[in-house]
Design a protein around this ligand. Structure first.
Ligand code: AKB
Length: 327
């Protein structure tokens, strides 16, 4: 039986990961940790326990771990890249201060910890194409600084104290369930919303801006499989490159047009997001994850597009076209 605490359970990843873990561990406690003002609602609230966990307050984390006999913590609290540039002090407090609090509780109480890193942990001097697992990480954003520091701190707690820390570097995550907030890759979610609503999409990034992206079901699979992986096979821990698709605005727009021929996109660049995107890799080499814990994504751009369009139409009560298929 696994007892799991998800810190940030009402966010973009947390709201789906909590439900997935509850379906996988029906006999355990899968606790939705939330902050004031972002309380769980609906199925998330009704399907299992929840607890107020502000990651900047170590007592909250310890209380939830004790109350539910938690053995594994998913730490999903963070500000995304563009917001972190606007609020760098808060980004550090949550991203690094919060991680430190989590790791200290985990050390004292014997919990395993998953803390996602990101393609944002790389910077302008990183090789941009097929970025290797072990390479230069000199990010120039506060988001990236917290992510690469978090990787190092998590590895430190493993080597020094034996805390079972593991993680992956998430690409931009695409989902129809909860929207992201303040990321550089958010355009690849927003574009689908515009397509189903029949609105022209204003793209904040210029053509040729390639970044790795991933459909949420694959991201959840990665987060769960890395924590289930046989530790004797792991040569790396914090954090693994994972990848499933890389595209620029022109490629995703053309793919959407295959299914929504009337879809239109124009460019209205956001200089902050463009600068951040330019400093990130175009594509990651995820061969270490494939070798060490059999990572393999299920969705490519085509399968994701079909599923996103179908589910967004369901979400907004929009009629499906006659010839639409689901995956
Ligand atoms: C962001 O754009 O900030 C995130 C990320 C790639 O980590 N989606």
């Amino acid at each position: 039986m696994k007892n799991i605490l998800i810190i940030g359970a009402t966010g973009q990843i947390g709201s789906e990961l909590t439900m997935k873990l509850r379906s996988l561990y029906p006999n355990g406690n899968v606790v939705a940790g939330y902050i004031a003002g972002a309380e769980p609602k609906g199925a998330l609230l009704e399907s299992g326990p929840s607890h107020l966990v502000d990651i900047t307050n170590p007592a909250h984390i310890a209380e939830a771990v004790d109350k539910y006999n938690v053995d594994t913590i998913y730490n999903l609290a963070a500000l995304l890249s563009a917001v972190a540039e606007a609020k760098p002090q808060l980004a550090w407090k949550i991203g690094l201060g919060g991680l430190y609090n989590t790791l200290e509780v985990a050390r004292e109480k014997g919990c395993a910890v998953f803390t996602p890193s990101s393609i944002g942990s790389f910077g302008p001097s990183t090789p941009h194409v097929k970025t290797p697992q072990d390479t230069i990480q000199r990010p120039e954003t506060m988001y990236g600084v917290t992510k690469v520091s978090g990787e190092l701190l998590s590895d430190y707690y493993w080597h020094r104290f034996g805390v079972d820390t593991r993680s992956v570097r998430f690409p931009g995550l695409i989902s129809y369930v909860a929207p992201p907030g303040g990321g550089t890759t958010d355009y690849a979610v927003d574009i689908y919303y515009s397509a189903v609503k029949g609105e022209e999409f204003k793209c904040p990034l210029k053509p040729g801006t390639f970044m790795d992206m991933m459909y949420m079901p694959d991201a959840l699979k990665a987060a769960i499989e890395i924590m289930e992986a046989d530790p004797s096979r792991l040569k790396h821990r914090n954090s693994f490159n994972i990848a499933s698709m890389s595209f620029d605005p022109e490629i995703i727009s053309a793919k959407i047009k295959e299914y929504v021929p009337e879809f239109k996109m124009k460019y209205e660049l956001d200089p902050l997001r463009q600068a951040i995107a330019d400093s990130w890799p175009d594509s990651l080499d995820d061969s270490c994850a494939r070798e060490e814990w059999d990572w393999k994504p299920e969705y490519d751009l085509d399968a994701m597009t079909v599923d996103m369009l179908h589910n967004l139409r369901v979400k907004f009560g929009i009629k499906q076209p006659e010839d639409s298929q689901t995956v």
